[in-house]
Design a protein. Structure first.
Length: 438
């Protein structure tokens, strides 16, 4: 049986209040309660909202309340956003995103806080983390119960590869009562190897190889138009386009802001520069696909796929990103712009049935989801970039295990809701019929 209750957290004893507490608990002022999978604590019970003016540091949060099979009261879910340690003992990452997740958890039921690897205490089964106070408009440092869910949002591959972080992720994966997702960033090369194992997906995959001197020469002579992508890259940074233009070779290198352009009289000279650009990182070389265009600019389809409140894969939203003038990537930080999926279909494929076009996109995205979950069973969400030619052929360019937030308001809202609903389901606070938080 699931109920909703409010928890006031931050003092020595959490306070639980709900107008109908007697329906689930014996009438008493205090009760033993599980907060998270391990922490058994005493809580104060009240049928009236707690008064906090004298203690403004307290956090008030809607929670889901249940009795477990042993007859104990449990409150949850408790979700820790795992990120990297920042400067001055703070933390890295998109703080506005963290606040949005906390706000949605307050609406649907759940406690969310931010924690770094240094703040996870396995011995005491507690976490020393951060929570945003919507009353005080500032971040508070508190000690929290060990969570049901660790939501891995470590923002940089370099941070995630550090020994301390790798040790933490390995230990979390071994805990039966705690769920970690995702395990890690995707490796772009391994991703293509995984997808190539599915005969249904190979038709959507551009020719892709690890970058070597031999593979670059072979691919250039075969296609004359290539993309070179850093295996551990992000948001289009470091991407290179190499194009045959008559007797010349054009090379464009995407920087964090802006681009460098070269034209070479021979392939060997172009390869010398490419070697200098790529020698410190692993790269893929990929066949360039002639994409359909919106007002003479190429675009790709950005799809967000998530597990819902019943643990099933669903397409949460579909957006379109259009490359900026002369751009080699559609990422907004590199000059791309956003249009709606429906607007794109109407402009570029006016004779196509919109719903059938949408069905095809969703079908490919869900096919990728079911393929990836065989490799990473803990995967709960990902985004993917899908290209489409003027003839309507689809091509899978890449997928990201830690999606950046979508700017389309309706997709953003739905993604936040699904994030919390899946956490409720994964931690046992949401039934298979979708009951629980409303």
């Amino acid at each position: 049986m699931l109920e909703e209750a409010w928890m006031v957290y931050g003092g020595e004893t959490p306070i639980i209040y709900q107008s109908n507490l007697a329906s689930i608990l014996p009438v008493s002022r205090r009760h033993t309660c599980l907060l998270g999978p391990y922490q058994e604590t005493t809580v104060k019970l009240s049928s009236q909202p707690a008064r906090t003016p004298s203690q403004p540091e307290l956090i008030r949060n809607r929670m889901l309340l249940r009795k477990n099979l042993q007859g104990k009261m449990e409150l949850g879910p408790i979700i820790a956003i795992l990120t990297s340690k920042g400067k001055n003992g703070s933390f890295k990452g998109n703080r506005s995103n963290y606040k949005d997740i906390m706000r949605t958890a307050q609406e649907l039921g759940g406690l969310v806080y931010v924690v770094t690897p240094e703040g996870v205490d396995f011995k005491q089964k507690k976490c020393h983390g951060y929570i945003w106070s919507f009353t005080l408009k500032r971040w508070l440092q508190l000690t929290f119960p060990f969570p049901h869910i660790f939501y891995n949002r470590i923002p940089y591959r370099h941070d995630e590869s550090q020994p301390l972080v790798q040790q933490l992720l390995s230990r979390l994966q071994q805990l039966k009562q705690v769920h970690l997702y995702p395990d890690s960033f995707f490796d772009k090369w391994l991703l293509f190897q995984w997808l190539q194992q599915d005969s249904e997906l190979t038709q959507y995959l551009p020719d892709t190889k690890l970058l070597t001197k031999e593979s670059l020469q072979q691919m250039y002579h075969r296609y004359g138009d290539l993309y070179l992508k850093p295996i551990h890259g992000k948001a289009g940074q470091g991407m290179i386009r190499m194009t045959q233009q008559g007797e010349q070779v054009q090379v464009i290198h995407q920087l964090k802001s802006g681009r460098n352009h070269w034209k070479f009289s021979s392939l060997s000279k172009a390869m010398e520069t490419i070697h200098l650009l790529t020698k410190s990182k692993e790269y893929l070389v990929q066949q360039a696909i002639p994409l359909a265009q919106v007002k003479q600019s190429p675009f790709d389809i950005r799809i967000l796929v998530m597990r819902d409140g019943q643990g099933k894969w669903k397409v949460t939203g579909i957006g379109v990103r259009v490359a900026g003038q002369g751009g080699i990537t559609t990422h907004v930080p590199q000059g791309g712009r956003i249009i709606s999926f429906q607007q794109m279909v109407q402009q570029v494929f006016p004779k196509r049935n919109y719903h059938e076009f949408e069905r095809q996109v969703k079908q490919i995205a869900l096919l990728v989801a079911h393929n990836l979950e065989r490799i990473q069973p803990a995967l709960a969400e990902f985004s993917m970039d899908l290209g489409v030619t003027a003839q309507g052929s689809f091509w899978i360019f890449e997928a990201n295990a830690k999606p950046m937030k979508f700017d389309e308001p309706h997709i953003r809202q739905r993604s936040l809701q699904r994030l919390i609903q899946y956490a409720q389901y994964r931690s046992g606070f949401r039934g298979k019929t979708g009951g629980g938080a409303r």
